[in-house]
Design a protein around this ligand. Structure first.
Ligand code: SF4
Length: 377
């Protein structure tokens, strides 16, 4: 069977080597057909130079060979988690079946030949997960799709209940590429340290990030920075204009705390993609949607993005009835890893109210906030 490996980076090459030197010999002992790594496949330009004895194919070239029956499957290394869901969407648009997508095991885990390659849907792995530790915010940007500016009363999850929910998710998904703890503004939550520790306990191999507007960062107690260090957690600053004069001081401050830091480019614009006019292209919009990879865990449910959980704030503020569907109940007794992962790849009714994004100038909202702060028609 001919296969391609996602990416052309060291992790992709390591997966190819393990297949050739470890997995294939094991398959032979089981009288199973070995895998022939035909090449690597990337989203970049057509005509990339070969890597060793293997071709590097653009997704379009891969799909052409796949449809001719010359390559049968694509294998995703777990280490390539950034953009993995977008790659899946791209492949779906090119007619590649999800049944022909596989996952390799993590390269730093003890590798058992028996499960080195698994079908994508049954691999207990997600590339990305995020969750709110506060729905409200202390900045309140216009067009924030989490609708944090419309949350009238402070709202935190219940830590005990959230712990049960996260442990329930772990029964189906025991490995995550990156976990982002956000909101709203996560630094408003006095129990934030517990959410970080919980994430690290359940997902020892994940990249963990706390995503903040940084307004409170220099006021956080030392225990917070100790937790970040112990739990190998990165601070992600979403950089907005009010921070412009302070960002260098904040960077120096975080460096002095020996905590990893990522700062986004300065956000002088925001994207707005919400509409009140229902359209008939949910699949097309979903497949092109960046947020469709922002899988969100909220009150015992999981969804492809956060809108199934945050639309309630928009509906309550403006007395509208935008759909609040799209979430999957983690306590459904019939739930399996396959069902969960398949659910996250499907559009839903709420997607009919999203459009391709348009840029709007970044600003904060005033109270009361006109509906034009959130929808562009
Ligand atoms: S509702 Fe659908 S289209 Fe809109 S942000 Fe979420 S996944 Fe994307």
């Amino acid at each position: 069977m001919n296969v391609a490996i996602l990416g052309a980076e060291p992790a992709s090459q390591a997966v190819a080597q393990i297949i050739e030197n470890g997995y294939n010999p094991w398959l032979k002992t089981k009288l199973a057909e070995p895998l022939n790594v035909a090449g690597y496949t990337v989203g970049g330009g057509i005509g990339s130079p070969a890597l060793g004895d293997k071709v590097v194919l653009h997704f379009v070239q891969f799909a052409a060979l796949y449809h001719k029956g010359l390559i049968h499957k694509i294998i995703f290394p777990r280490e390539i988690f950034n953009g993995q869901t977008q790659v899946l969407s791209h492949l779906e648009m090119l007619g590649v079946k999800i049944e022909d997508v596989c996952m390799a095991q993590r390269l730093n885990s003890k590798i058992f030949s028996t499960n080195f390659i698994e079908p994508y849907l049954s691999a207990k792995h997600l590339p990305y997960l995020e969750f709110h530790v506060a729905d409200h915010c202390n900045l309140n940007c216009k067009a924030c799709e989490h609708y944090s500016g419309l949350v009238k009363e402070p709202h935190f999850p219940n830590l005990k209940k959230f712990t049960r929910d996260f442990e329930r998710l772990h029964e189906f998904i025991d490995d995550i590429g990156v976990i982002r703890i956000l909101g709203g503004e996560p630094l408003l939550n006095p129990e934030l340290n517990e959410y970080i520790k919980l994430s690290r306990r359940l997902y020892p191999q994940a990249e963990i990030h706390v995503v903040t507007n940084a307004l409170l960062l220099q006021k956080m107690p030392e225990e917070f920075f100790e937790t970040l260090r112990q739990c190998r957690t990165v601070i992600d600053i979403s950089f907005y204009p009010p921070l412009e004069s302070k960002i260098d001081a904040i960077k120096n401050f975080i460096e002095s705390k020996r905590v990893s830091l990522f700062v986004s480019p300065l956000n002088k614009t925001f994207t707005m993609k919400q509409t009140l006019n229902r359209h008939d292209r949910p699949r097309e919009i979903f497949l092109q949607c960046f947020q469709a990879h922002c899988h969100n865990l909220y009150e015992g449910k999981i969804a492809a993005c956060f809108l199934p959980f945050t639309t309630k704030y928009f509906n309550a503020y403006y007395e509208k009835n935008l759909p609040e569907d799209g979430a999957l109940d983690l306590y459904d007794p019939t739930l399996t890893t396959e069902k969960l992962k398949a659910h996250l790849l499907k559009p839903f009714e709420r997607c009919r109210y999203c459009t391709p994004p348009v840029d709007v100038e970044w600003t904060t909202i005033k109270n009361p906030s006109p509906i034009t702060d959130w929808v562009h028609d």
